[in-house]
Design a protein around this ligand. Structure first.
Ligand SMILES: [Zn+2]
Ligand SMILES: [Zn+2]
Ligand SMILES: [Zn+2]
Ligand SMILES: [Zn+2]
Ligand SMILES: [Zn+2]
Length: 469
């Protein structure tokens, strides 16, 4: 069983869920979760019990060995590389982020020299717990204790409330302002609250009958188009969610369900929102729609692609919906075209939905001359285009502009939105106001850990980078 990039819940990085079976740790009587037992060798994964550890052994052993051989190394050069980033005097938060990113790059580089790591392993290493006050990991604390000849090795302790972030003995959750601060980017919640929400959401996801959630039933088929302008997730979906769940569902579970649906439906609702901007009121009378979805391999999981049926549910006049998916890297599954089985209501109104996956870069698709038919909308979600494969994306954007393809770009945090927007403007895009550098009302309500900060958050499609048509 090979874990995919997205299949590892964030609780697995902090000892609250089993890396093998994903089961959550049982809570103490007090309600706080009890940590699972850690692999003693690599100290990067946790298990329910020895059965899970045994079952995971064949998949884990090479990773475990690689990590251990670097962590236990006495080589002064290795030690210098691992501790170097922490031997800096400044301790400001912005510096901490740089230190943690630098340290992460150094360790991954050292491990990769032993053996190439797969995506899931890299993800696991990137999410290794660090002290929020100094960015040190358990291994750094251990190496420092060894070097100074101390017998007692301290370990990181989780914040007792959220259990998702960590502190060394020198730093405490109550002392680190950042963790209590409620005036952060997110406005409404302290980091502790958001971390706790991420934990509760992963518990909630494990309770849901995944992976085929068919969450689109929470976006019921309606008779007429209702504008998405001025609407919110809560206004659009709270009632159908409440109607679909048992009446005794707790308020916390309703909120969790809304966050989960928003996470899965974010791209499709953003598509509808942008179509309304680009097409105006005529969006309501469309009978045929073609949408091209670019980027983010993780988005192409079945739970998310099924969500595109929501377009038919909110635009009941659409009879033919064609969605083309392209991850721009040349997908591994080849060229696939499939007629998706729709719900009874959609079948009765003789609607059809085709999903097409192409196995080459979108640039090649755009370059097909007269064979290329512009879609009604091309969306690139959660881009990072200014940071990753920038040349390829620049070429793609140039062709999108040249061919007048209505295109929308989203990002999952403000910093990347700004960078990606600069790239679009630099390439001469004239961006539609209202869809440019704005917080997206149809961004996911569920937060994820942001790997580019020490402990920060991002959410799918949270920001609208820009749109041109
Ligand atoms: Zn387990
Ligand atoms: Zn191990
Ligand atoms: Zn610390
Ligand atoms: Zn906390
Ligand atoms: Zn349907």
């Amino acid at each position: 069983m090979e874990h995919s990039y997205v299949a590892i819940p964030p609780t697995a990085f902090v000892g609250l869920s089993c890396i093998y079976c994903n089961k959550m740790a049982e809570p103490h009587d007090s309600g706080t979760p009890r940590l699972l037992s850690r692999c003693h060798r690599c100290r990067r994964v946790w298990y329910c019990n020895s059965d899970c550890q045994k079952a995971h052994h064949s998949e884990h052993k090479l990773f475990c060995k690689t990590i251990h051989s670097v962590d236990a190394s006495n080589d002064p050069e290795v030690i210098q590389q691992l501790l170097g980033p922490f031997r800096s005097t400044s301790n400001a938060t912005t510096r901490l982020d740089e230190i943690s990113v630098l340290h992460r790059c150094q360790i991954i580089d050292l491990y990769q020299r032993k053996r190439p790591l797969n995506k899931a392993e890299l993800y696991l290493l990137s999410c290794e717990p660090r002290c929020l006050g100094c960015a040190k990991t358990d291994n750094v604390l251990r190496m420092e204790a060894n070097l100074s000849g101390q017998d007692r090795v301290q370990t990181l302790k989780p914040c007792p409330r959220c259990m998702m972030v960590f502190f060394c003995d020198g730093h405490r959750s109550s002392e680190v302002d950042l963790h209590r601060d409620t005036s952060s980017d997110n406005g409404f919640a302290s980091e502790c609250n958001l971390s706790r929400q991420i934990r509760l959401d992963s518990e909630f996801r494990l309770l849901m009958p995944s992976p085929h959630l068919h969450m689109w039933r929470f976006i019921p088929r309606q008779d007429i188009w209702i504008s998405l302008k001025g609407l919110s997730w809560d206004a659009a979906l709270s009632a159908p969610i409440r109607a679909a769940l048992p009446t005794d569902t707790s308020v916390e579970h309703l909120a969790g369900c809304l966050r989960l649906v928003s996470c899965l439906a974010s791209t499709v609702m953003t598509v509808l929102y942008a179509l309304e901007f680009c097409l105006g009121p005529t969006v309501a009378s469309c009978s045929t729609l073609t949408i091209h979805v670019l980027g983010a391999r993780a988005e192409f999981t079945s739970a998310v692609t099924y969500m595109y049926e929501a377009i038919l549910h909110r635009l009941p006049n659409v009879k033919n919906l064609h969605i083309l998916f392209c991850d721009n890297l040349g997908g591994s599954q080849g060229h696939v075209v499939k007629d998706v089985v729709l719900c009874k209501d959609c079948q009765n109104s003789s609607a059809h939905m085709i999903h097409e996956y192409i196995d080459h870069a979108y640039v090649k698709h755009l370059s097909r001359g007269t064979d290329f038919k512009a879609p009604d909308l091309c969306i690139l979600m959660n881009g990072y285009i200014a940071n990753h494969e920038t040349d390829l994306w620049s070429e793609t954007i140039r062709l999108l502009l040249e061919r007048g393809v209505p295109s929308l770009f989203t990002a999952n945090d403000a910093l990347y939105a700004r960078r990606d927007c600069d790239l679009l403007c630099g390439l001469g895009a004239r961006l539609i106001s209202g869809l440019t550098l704005a917080s997206n009302p149809w961004g996911s309500l569920a937060s994820d850990l942001n790997l580019d900060t020490l402990y920060g958050f991002c959410s799918a499609n949270k920001w609208l980078v820009g749109c041109f048509s």
